[in-house]
Design a protein. Structure first.
Length: 167
């Protein structure tokens, strides 16, 4: 026999499940569901992949143009940011393309479920924690260290086979 607390928990879970299913309603079209999923995957604070690629390219361009002053680079950065934001807003970015390919075989009910997973408070708390500057710095350090280890491994294989290493 179930306790009162267990019955309340089951009732609460059932109510939440029914509410989250009906809150989207049957009239929500697939495109709206996909757009919600894209927003969930991109994250509220995270920049689109294209913006990160643009920043990397601008750093390379800045190294190739050392005589350009800081104010000019700030102007260039602003123009580049605006151009990339416009491009991403028009659609077809990396996350959107990946998402659309990934959901091709999912039903609308499955999309609703997937969006609800992304909106789960614990997942939101976890992803927000991962986006903290401290953890991002740790990730950069770990990525650099890992890259150096991989490079050393590749170099040892190249040297073992009598080839020039990647120094």
């Amino acid at each position: 026999m179930r306790s009162f607390a267990e019955n309340m928990l089951i009732s609460s879970i059932l109510a939440i499940t029914l509410h989250s299913s009906s809150s989207y309603g049957e009239d929500v079209d697939r495109e709206q569901l996909i757009q919600q999923l894209i927003l969930c995957e991109e994250g509220v604070k995270q920049q689109p992949i294209e913006a990160l690629v643009a920043r990397t390219m601008l750093l390379q361009a800045r190294q190739a143009n050392p005589n350009v002053d800081q104010d000019t680079w700030l102007t260039i950065q602003s123009e580049a940011d605006a151009a990339v934001a416009k491009m991403v807003a028009q659609g077809g970015g990396g996350i959107e393309t990946m998402t659309r390919a990934g959901v091709a075989s999912l039903s609308n009910e499955e999309l609703i479920h997937l969006v609800s997973i992304y909106r789960d408070p614990i997942l939101v708390k976890y992803t927000n924690a991962l986006a903290s500057p401290v953890i991002e710095a740790q990730l950069r350090q770990a990525s650099m260290a890992s890259g150096l280890r991989v490079r050393a491994l590749i170099n040892s294989v190249l040297e073992k086979n009598g080839l020039q290493d990647m120094r």
